[in-house]
Each structure stands twice: as C-alpha cells, then as structure tokens.
Design a protein around this ligand. Sequence first.
Ligand code: DSN
Length: 411
Amino acid sequence: MELDIIKKEDPEVAKYIELELERQKNTIELIASENFTSKAVMAACGSVLTNKYAEGKPYKRFYNGCQNVDKIEELGVRRCCELFGCDHANLQPHSGAQANMAVFLYALNIGDTVMGMDLSNGGHLTHGSPVNFSGINYNIVSYGVNEEGVIDYDNVEKLALANKPKLIIAGASNYSRIIDFEKFSNIAKKVNAYLMVDIAHIAALVATGVHPSPVPYADFVTTTTHKTLRGPRGGIIMCKKEHAQGIDKAVFPGIQGGPLEHIIAAKAIALKEAMSSEFKQYAKQVVENSAYLASELINNGVDIVGGKSENHVMTLDLRKLGKTGKDVANLLEEVGITANKNTVPNDPQSPFVTSGVRIGTAATTTRGMKKEEMKEIASIIADAIFEKDSIENLKNRSYQLCKKFPLYEDM
Ligand code: DSN
C-alpha cells in the first residue's frame, strides 16, 4: 500500500506519516474543523492527476491533454450545484481563504467597506482581521455577538446603515448557533451590499438540510471541503449565475494558477458521498452529538459560550474556573483529546493564551460515536479540568473509546 511505497523511497517521511496515522487512530479528535475523509477521497488526492496542468476551465484550458480532468471537474461542478442547489460552482480554490479572496477580488475595489464577524467573536481571519489581506486592503467594520454569544442582528443592521458596506459577510469559524441568512440578506438589500456567506464549518449541515441554506439569499457562498463536508483540504465558491464569469476569472487568472485536479477529483468524490442517505444521517448525528456534549459539559460544571450548541461546535468558557484556553488545550492533549484554544467573546486573555477551548463533533461522529460516547467525553474533559482522575487513567479512558470505534482499520 501507499505507505510501503513511501517507506522504500523515503523512510524519514514515512515514519512520521505512520506516527500521524497512529495519533489519529488513538486520540479523540475534537478540533471542530477537522474530520476523517474516506479512503476513496485520500486515494484521489494521491492519484496521477497530481501530474496534470489544467489552467483555465473545463473545455477552455491553456494546456492540451485535459480531456480526462475536464470530465472530472465538470462532474464535480455538477454535483456541487445539485447538492447545494446553486446556479454555479467553482471547485478550483486551493483553500477557503482563497475562495474568500477571489470573491473580494471580484466584488470589491481596494479600500471598499466590508462588514464581517470579528475574529475574537467567532469570525474568520479572512472576514477582516487586521493582519489578513482582508483587513489590510479593505475598510473593515466588524460585528460581534451579545452576552449570550448570539449575533446581534439589530446591531448588524445599525452598523450596515451607518457604514454602507459594499459587501457583508455572514458565517463563522466558531459560532454555535443557527445563522439567520434571511435576516442578513434583508440587511444587505437595505444598504445595497453584496452578501457573501462562508459556510466552511457548516457545509455538511447545509448540504443535508440540517441547517438552513444561504444559497437562496447570498450572492456568493464559499466553503472549505475538509471540515464537516469530509472531503479533501480545499475550497469552493458557489454563486448566482450573473456572477459566474467574474468569479471564475477572479479565481484564475486572478489569484491562482494551475488548479489541483487531484484535489478536485477528491472534492467530486466527497460531493457524491454527501448526497447519500448515510451522510444525511451523519450530519444529523453530528448536531445531536454536539447538543448533547454541550449539555453534559454544563452538567459537569463546565460553562459553554451561549449555553448550548445548535450545530457541530461549541466553546468551553474557562473564565469562571480561572484557567486559560492554552493550559486546558494542552491538558486535554495529555489525556488523549485534541482541541484548540480559542478566544471567548470579550476575552481578557491574549489570542495566544485565551480563556476558551473550541471543540466539535464532526470527527468523533465519523468514527461512529453517539450520545453515550459524548457523555464519556464530557466526563473525561471535566475530570481532567477539575483533577478528579489521574492523567494516566484519563488517557486510558480516551484510548478505550478510540479502540471501540476503530479508524482506517486496514491501514
Ligand atoms: N482554521 C480553520 C478553523 O479551524 O476553523 C478556519 O479556517
């Protein structure tokens, strides 16, 4: 198999791939933006398609020999439009950040006003962070969440009326509630702004109808393909047909050169998988697991920002416990749980220390875990934070859960 081939060629790299496989198999993955793809998705990523240059669009390429990648990319685009019900899709963005960058290039001039969710309130770097191209090149007006951790739509409207943005961005990297896209659309219409919705985190929930879809409301919908959607690492832009040509040009030649056709093939496979009834059940279970994990953590004495989760993600609020996100994320790693430190709204700590830890249920649900396992995970987390059990024992409890729900068994 692939690893044996790599071992022969380059044992140093092979060793670390093997160790990473063991890490993934034997630890509980709670990073809300991570997941485990199918072997078919991984196989496409490692296929001969990596050898092909295909600048341009299917059947309008700048290189010859594209007859096979044309068919694959066309198939992927068709599946994306069918799955999400969008007019047009571009599967070439190398990442979610580049999908967002292409929308900015198409829709805006440098210096234009953009409204997006503040990074420390759950937004994304590319939604206007001062250290990102978005914040560097555009005039950013940020909105946030209220004390309950919920988007304050009245405030979004007030800010929009006062600042007249050309683009409003909805969508988040750390927001545990349903987003009301219709409200965002009404606000955007009032000020004649474009609406872009970044569904990177909730893509699978939207695709399966478990979360309302922004497609009827938004000019542009961007996503990554590797989070809840369970595909390869990459991005997609969906848009209304009047923007199709402009968006395609913004991706290439605007910000990218040759598309990664091996990754596009893997995206096409993931999109097919996402059309299955099993995947719909998966997305439903992700949400059920998340709601239950949040309530169990609260029962165990751990605060959750906003008090509940309506999607796949939540943030432990450690302020009352006098602990930092950095320390607790490191502690969880010691006991076999991987998560990431994250700011909570109005966090007194720096973004490198934080008072929160973000967790999500996409990856554990892929392993087959359900409510019973969420109960045990909440208990392991609380017992670690409140030092109710030894590190060794907690690590063993995590390991036992992993053994019960094996991953990539024949690898
Ligand atoms: N870094 C991703 C996340 O973890 O949510 C967003 O791009």
